[in-house]
Structures are given as C-alpha cells and as structure tokens.
Design a protein around this ligand. Structure first.
Ligand code: ATP
Ligand code: MG
Length: 571
C-alpha cells in the first residue's frame, strides 16, 4: 500500500485523553479514533492488525476442530429471560425496543443464542461433540470504559461454545481450547501466562484466564516463584496460618486515638505494626450487614466474601449506616460489643493475640484485645487476597505478584445454560440429557492493545511480525527518479512475494518519514537513498534493535523473507 492512498493520520503530540501507552500509540499512529466513550472507528492500520489477529485465531480454532458461524448482534429479551440474565446482567446490557415495543439487547456474549440454536438442531448424541465459534462485535455498557480498545463498550470478540455428551467430553473440549489459546497467543508474539480464574457460582477449577504480563494490566496475578501455580488474585486460595501466637493474654485496655482512623494512623500513634491490628469492615448485602475482621496489612477479597455470604451483590456499608450500627464514625468500628451484627473473620485473625481493634466509639481503640475472651467470631474463612510471600496453595514456593491483561478466558459451564433453556439430546439408551457446555472468549482489540503494551519504545510501536499491520515500511528518502524507481521495483518484488509493504511515497523530509515509521512500528524498514544507491545498496533496518543491514536490491527479498519467517515462529 502507498501512504498517499491510505488514511493514516499520525499525530505528533500525545493526545491528552490517553492514559496508557497502547491507547496513546494507537491514537498517535492513526489506528483508531474515538466516536463515543468506549466506541471507536478502526482506521485502515488498526483494522489490519485486528484482521491479522483474527486470522491467527481462526486458523487455530479451525485446527482445534471448532466450526465458524455468525450469530446476530441483536437478540430478543425472551432468550435472556429464560436464563434469568435479562435481570442479572443489569446496566451492562445495552437494551432497546423494536417498533412493536418488544425488548431486545445487543449481545454482550452469546450463550443464550447458541444454546437456543443447539436445542432446536441437535437431537442425538451422534451430533455431539460440537464446538461453534464466531468473531463478532460485542456490546457491554461498561461502567468505566477506558484505555482505548482495552475496555470498550463495543469491541470485537472471538467467542466459542462447546457442547459435549458428558463431563469427560467437556473436559477434553476444554483442554483443546486451552491448547489452542496457548498457540494463538504464542503466535501473536505475546508473553503471557494462563492462570486459574474465579468460576463464580459454578465452582470447580475449570476456568483459566490468559494473561498478558504488563505493568498496566488491570488484573493482579499471583504465582509461585519457580513453581507451576498461577492464579488471578480473585481466586488464589490462602491457607490458614499453621502457627498461632503463643504470648500470654494481657488485660484489655481502651486507649484514646484522637483522629486516627486508618491502619497507618492508628499503628503510628500506638507504636505498633499493622500485623497486630485487626480492622473491622462493614459490608452490606441485600439481606444484612456483616462485620469482616482482617489483619491490618491484609486486603479483603470481595469475591471470596460474597461466596461465603452466598450473595452476588455486596458493598461497603455507607458512613451513615456505619454510624448507626457502631455508634462511631468510620475508622473506629470494632468487634467488641458489636451486638446484632454477624462477625466473620479471615483465618489470619484467629492466630493473633493482644491485638488493636476499634472501640465503636469516636477517637478510641482497644489494645490487647483477644478473640474468644473479648469478642466472638461466627466463622473464620479465607477472606483475603493472597500477597507476596504467602505460601503457594500447591506448596511449590512463596507467591509473587504480577500485573496482567486478560486477553482470553476459557470456562467450563457445565449444564447451567442447557438446563435453564431445556436443551437436551438423546443418549445411546434413548434418555434425554442436557449437553455439557464450555465457553471460550478472546478479545481481539484487547489483544492488539496488549501487544503494544508489551512491544514499544519511546518512539512508538514495535509490532511482533505476525500481527504487524505491515511487515516492511519502505522509506525512499529522496524524490529523485532513481530512488523512486528503486522503491517501485522493490515494492513490487516484495508484494508479489506476499510481503505486506507500506510504501511511504509522500514528498516529505526523511525525518518525518522516519518518525512516522518508528511510530507505526512495522518490524522492518527498508531505506532507499541516493548515497546508498550510488554504491549499489539499500538498507534493511530492524525496528526493534535499530540494526542496519546494507543489501544489494537483488538480495532484499530473500533476506527479508528469512527475517520475517524467523519472526513468525510457531505459525
Ligand atoms: P473483564 O473482567 O476484563 O471485564 P470479562 O471477564 O468480562 O473481562 P469475558 O466475558 O470472559 O470477559 O470476555 C472474554 C474476553 O473478551 C476477555 O478475556 C477480554 O479479552 C475481552 N473483553 C471483555 N470485556 C471487554 C471490553 N469491555 N473491551 C474489550 N475487550 C473485552
Ligand atoms: Mg467484564
């Protein structure tokens, strides 16, 4: 393609709206433009990257035995009412009415639509297993759309759904997708890690998220140093401590702590450590308000807490209500004398002696408080996030923390949707059984953004070869007939051989061309100048290392091919 004939509106300045590198570079390189919050136009350059990722995804899905179909974006409310998700999905679901006042939504995911298809078309065990996928636009009215394509309200997803005769078959389908995902993200040139993920109310261990490791990731991963365990912190299990403090119990005392509300303020004032303080957090569910006790240096895990309480809806109790329950402002709540409120505690609290807790009184705390003697706890459970240094639940070393971007998700669904929607098939004995399902998503745009987070420098993007919008950026530095002719000839030689080339045929200064080329990030630049041609050479420059290789024009194709092929390992 020629630069003069394709819309690539690069920006010299950083756009103010972008907080992350990938968002900034996608805007600056002219890949995307915002239409509304979380809704973007993909310009030619951006679309080329998405199509390349889609191509890899499609090849690997097909290779894994999945078949492509395309479901509609709009779906009728009735299907969602059957599974209860019309209500459950809440505000994230984009809803609309047709001219007859019938309710519809724009699909955020397609379990209902695919299960409806399967219940109509699949009758016999002979038609199973089945894995159907599509690559299509999804809609989710996210609370906080941000970071460009990373968290959009309209975005492209590959979603696949497997249907099996039994659990064992479903596990096999799951494993095939797990393996396919490993190949896909490897081929995309990403550094990633599959981690155990929360399975919500379904339970079991059959959910993995594929995380691209990046500082800007929204997800927190814990992993065993040198071991195999890796999980989303939402899920990572924390074992109860094996030892308890053995010091003698000291008498309970109330001490003034004027204005000290936070763990840091209280421990500084009382000259102790967060490990000897227990914080009391109040959470409200639709049914009740619960007090949660945690060691001062630990963070509550909302998912574990919600599971323990058996709810999906959970929020920190608002300050007025905290005041009404504890008779003290936020920051002074404690378990002693907290009647009429259920108290649950993290395992770590059980092992502590002589701790600091709030006194349910403004500007006061208790010191040397002790569980059992001074207050009771209804239940101890794993309620906190794993943190650095905690032992791995698999016993394979201490845990470390990393940030990640969730680019893919594989999930064993069981029969949740097939049962809710009455999808059945006849087994060999003629019994009606619900197919066992799995679902598998990949964010195409988010994968592109994640690739930029991992592959860039101060000048711009450095695309991995397999997903680069162009493999080679052809940069003639002069407008002379000789340079133009050499560029034209190399352009045709390369494109005829199937290499994607962007030919900067604009009448611009060399500096402008180099800046744009570095920003757009094709893995190789082919530089043609008068001086080189006079000596019979052009230069093949690697974007990543800046290494320049002078070549005779006749060598370019073979040399470029060799480099591009080795940059696409795994294909
Ligand atoms: P998240 O926790 O990030 O909201 P999710 O668990 O809701 O993700 P899934 O429903 O599993 O995501 O969707 C499958 C894949 O679709 C995700 O792994 C991610 O790559 C992509 N995805 C999900 N939501 C968005 C979004 N708002 N914008 C872009 N990609 C998304
Ligand atoms: Mg989400």
């Amino acid at each position: 393609m020629r630069t003069s004939q394709v819309l690539i509106p690069t920006l010299r300045e950083d756009p103010g709206e972008a907080e992350t590198v990938s968002h900034r570079l996608m805007l600056r390189s002219g890949m995307i433009r915002k239409v509304a919050a979380g809704i973007y136009t993909y310009l030619p350059l951006g679309l080329r990257v998405l199509r390349k990722i889609e191509h890899i995804v499609r090849e690997e899905m097909n290779r894994a035995g999945a078949q492509e179909l395309l479901m509609p974006i709009a779906s009728p409310a009735e299907l969602w009412q059957e599974t209860g998700r019309w209500g459950f999905y809440g505000k994230e679901l984009f809803r609309f009415k047709d001219r007859h006042d019938r309710d519809f939504c724009l699909g955020p995911t397609h379990e209902e639509v695919i299960t409806d298809l399967i219940r109509r078309e699949v009758r016999s065990y002979r038609q199973l297993p089945l894995n159907c996928y599509q690559i299509q636009t999804k809609f989710r009215d996210e609370i906080r759309p941000r970071f460009g394509l990373m968290r959009g309200r309209e975005f492209i997803m590959k979603d696949a759904y497997s249907f099996d005769r039994d659990e064992e078959g479903a596990r096999l389908s799951y494993q095939k997708m797990y393996d396919a995902y490993n190949r896909i993200f490897t081929r995309c040139g990403l550094t990633f890690r599959p981690v155990e993920a929360d399975t919500g109310l379904i339970g079991g261990t059959s959910s993995h998220e594929f995380m691209v490791l990046a500082e800007t990731g929204e997800e927190t991963i814990v992993y065993a140093q040198g071991g195999t365990y890796a999980a989303n912190v939402e899920r990572a299990e924390v074992r109860p401590p094996t030892e308890s403090a053995s010091e003698p119990l000291r008498p309970l005392r109330k001490v003034p702590t004027p204005g000290a509300r936070t763990v840091e303020e209280v421990t500084t004032l009382l000259q102790t450590t967060p490990q000897r303080l227990v914080k009391t957090l109040l959470y409200t569910t639709p049914q009740e308000t619960v007090a949660v006790l945690l060691r001062g240096d630990h963070q509550v895990n909302g998912i574990k807490l919600a599971k323990l309480l058996g709810v999906t809806d959970l929020e920190l109790t608002p300050p007025e209500k905290v005041m009404a329950i504890t008779h003290a402002p936020v920051g002074f709540a404690g378990p002693i004398g907290l009647s009429h409120t259920r108290i649950v505690a993290d395992h770590a609290v059980k092992a502590l002696r002589n701790i600091v807790v709030g006194a349910n009184e403004g500007d006061a705390h208790y010191v040397d408080a002790n569980w059992e003697r001074d207050f009771s706890v209804e239940q101890f459970a794993d309620l906190r996030n794993a943190q650095t240094g905690d032992p791995s639940p698999r016993g394979d070393g201490p845990l470390l923390i990393a940030r990640g971007i969730e680019v893919g998700h594989v999930f064993m669904l069981g029969t949740k949707y097939s049962q809710a929607m009455g999808a059945t098939f006849l087994d060999p004995q003629g019994r009606e059984c619900p197919p066992v399902m799995g679902c598998y998503g990949i964010g195409i745009g988010r994968t592109a953004a994640a690739a930029i987070e991992q592959n860039h420098d101060a000048k711009g993007i450095i695309w991995p070869v397999p997903i680069a919008p162009f493999a080679i950026h052809l940069l003639p530095l002069h407008q002379s007939a000789r340079v133009t002719e050499a560029a034209r000839s190399l352009y045709h030689i390369l494109t005829d051989a199937g290499v994607d080339v962007l030919w900067d045929d604009r009448d611009e200064r060399a500096g402008v061309k180099f800046n744009d080329a570095d920003l757009i990030g094709a893995p190789y630049q082919l530089v043609i100048g008068e001086k080189g041609l006079a000596q019979g050479t052009v230069e093949l420059k690697e974007r990543k290392t800046g290494t320049v290789k002078p070549l005779a024009p006749g060598e370019v194709l073979q040399q470029a091919k060799q480099r591009l092929d080795s940059g696409s390992a795994g294909a």
